[in-house]
Design a protein around this ligand. Structure first.
Ligand code: XMP
Ligand code: MG
Length: 179
């Protein structure tokens, strides 16, 4: 059972849904009439992105990038591999990058630097989770669902070795699973 691999549940399915609903309402208010492009960072953002856009009531477009740091989450090297690029130009557009978690910030700061070179009208960062204790790069999110402690979390799109993404809650993985 996957539940047996969890040390604790940080946020239940209901708590996540309520917070995402609030974030959607905030984005609806902030982007009224702006026709933003939400850029999901694959794969971790897919569940948050799907839930979030259904809570946004102003017109928007969706696009995706795939950026992964080499190695595992614990040994982020700082190199970013953009394996899938945007389909459309973002010049002059309001861009919202959507990601599952802002951790060291290495991946997202490189991605944001790259997207800024393309001259969007604005670029904001929206993350489900923020883990500020491990931050290395100078980057903060504009929209944060929850601030989490320095523990390995899974669920709602977040994985350990590609597993646990489907969990409807945010859980702390037992260290015995990955040690
Ligand atoms: P940073 O900010 O360190 O994040 O560049 C790179 C990627 O690492 C993953 N990450 C996690 N994945 N539980 C996970 O399942 C975690 O606690 C965790 N911390 C970082 C995540 O994919 C992020 O995009
Ligand atoms: Mg990720």
């Amino acid at each position: 059972m996957m539940r047996d691999d969890m040390k604790a549940i940080l946020y239940t399915k209901e708590e996540v849904a309520e917070r995402v609903r609030q974030m959607g309402a905030q984005l609806t208010a902030d982007y009224k009439g702006e026709d933003p492009i939400l850029v999901g960072v694959l794969r971790g953002s897919f569940i948050f992105m799907a839930d979030l856009v259904r809570c946004i009531e102003t017109p928007l477009e969706l696009d995706f990038v795939a950026a992964s740091s080499y190695g595992t989450w614990a040994v982020s090297t700082g190199q970013v591999d953009l394996r899938l690029d945007l389909e459309k130009d973002i010049i002059g557009r309001h861009v919202i990058v959507v990601e599952d978690i802002l951790d060291t910030g290495r991946t997202l700061s490189k991605l944001v630097d790259e997207l800024k070179k393309r001259h969007p009208a604005s670029l904001k960062l929206c993350v489900l989770l923020d883990k500020p204790e491990r931050r290395v790069a100078q980057i903060e999110a504009d929209y944060v669902g929850f601030t989490v402690p320095d523990e390995f979390v899974v669920g709602c799109g977040l994985d350990f070795n590609q597993k646990y993404r489907q969990l409807p809650y945010i859980g702390i993985l037992k260290p015995s699973v990955y040690e």
